[in-house]
Design a protein around this ligand. Structure first.
Ligand SMILES: Cc1cc2nc3c(=O)[nH]c(=O)nc-3n(C[C@H](O)[C@H](O)[C@H](O)COP(=O)(O)O)c2cc1C
Length: 332
């Protein structure tokens, strides 16, 4: 997610889940090709498995960017066909590509050829509003899978291009997960990842069932806004009982990272801003949240120690209440 899932947040979330695939924000293929790969693609191996999401529409450029990325250890290279922003639509990136399945198929085939051994995938919408019927969706999916995409990630709503901004496009029009389930019924061999509005473990269970054990679910906003909500996900989805860190341990680690980032010439805010979500849903942590917010505005890192003390005093780090029902079906 743009402005969210940078390497600092990914390092935080990797401590919550050792297994979940993490994604970079959409990164311009053209910028990578133009020589900015070192700045844009750097990540720590501990973030793995990590997927790179590319933005672009020219098959040659996308293939070139995929080749550069393939050497850097990404587990997956994903093409964005879901971004509804006017800027993306103007250059025929993102959701606008859903009107051009042949071009997307060419791009996928070129990316597959240039990045052997790396999974190439596509993230897309149900369609563009008004042109979002099931047959059209199936035609798009058939085209990209025939070209070599190993799975598709479907944000289960159409994109409204032209009159709604990106934020409204994540609420409107309504989600239609039944269309995602329909893909699997029509193409039982398809590997589908369902996305959109999955906010808790209960929803993970329901929507994963939608796409079968070989498929999966992707969580966006709820993972960023309240990362600790997912602290039991490894146990629930991957039967991994390894002890997970407390909120305070995560916060301490993030603030240590911020100090290292400052020592290397960076701004504390670039790291500490990701801590705010750790306090989400803690009823008594207003003071801690205010301290973290002040860090985000550039206050001294010494305030971090105070924020953590408040957190330790207020956070209950016991196992989360909402657990999945233990079905083996989700343990893909
Ligand atoms: C701030 C923000 C930035 C986003 N950036 C991207 C992006 O770079 N690439 C992408 O495929 N989706 C992006 N999305 C969309 C999410 O990945 C996701 O598809 C959408 O929010 C629906 O899932 P959710 O309800 O779990 O959040 C972004 C969403 C938000 C809120």
């Amino acid at each position: 997610m743009m402005d969210r899932t940078d390497r600092h947040f990914r390092a935080l979330f990797r401590q919550i889940s050792r297994h979940a695939m993490l994604y970079t924000p959409m990164i311009s293929a053209a910028a990578i090709v133009a020589g900015r790969a070192d700045a844009m693609l750097a990540f720590d191996p501990s973030e793995s498995p990590l997927a790179l999401q590319l933005g672009g529409s020219e098959p040659v450029t996308l293939a070139h960017a995929a080749r550069i990325a393939a050497d850097r250890g990404f587990a997956e290279i994903n093409l964005n066909c879901g971004c509804p922003s006017p800027a993306a639509a103007r250059v025929q990136w993102g959701a606008a590509l859903m009107d051009q399945p042949a071009r997307v198929a060419d791009a996928v085939a070129a990316m597959v050829a240039s990045s052997p051994g790396v999974d190439v995938t596509v993230k897309h919408r149900l369609g563009i509003a008004g042109r979002d019927d099931f047959d059209r969706l199936l035609g798009f999916v058939d085209a990209v899978v025939s070209a070599g995409a190993v799975r598709v990630i479907v944000h289960a709503r159409a994109a409204v291009l032209g009159c709604l901004g990106p934020a409204a496009n994540r609420r409107i029009p309504p989600l239609r997960p039944e269309m995602v389930a329909g893909l699997l019924k029509a193409r039982p061999q398809l590997v589908v990842v369902d996305n959109g509005g999955i906010d808790d473990l209960e929803a993970v269970r329901a929507r994963w069932r939608n796409v079968g054990a070989r498929g999966g679910v992707m969580v966006g906003r709820a993972a960023y806004d309240d990362p600790y909500r997912w602290i039991t996900i490894d146990r629930e989805a991957w039967c991994d009982d390894e002890p997970r860190p407390t909120r305070a341990q995560l916060a301490r680690d993030l603030f240590d990272r911020a100090a290292r980032h400052v020592a290397a010439g960076g701004r504390a805010h670039a790291v500490t801003r990701h801590a705010l979500g750790l306090w989400r849903s803690l009823p008594d942590a207003r003071h801690a949240r205010a301290l973290v917010a002040s860090l985000a505005r550039g206050a001294s890192l010494d305030d971090a120690a105070a924020a953590i003390r408040v957190l330790e005093a207020t956070a209950s780090d016991g196992p989360q209440a909402a657990l999945l029902g233990g079905s083996a079906e989700n343990h893909a």
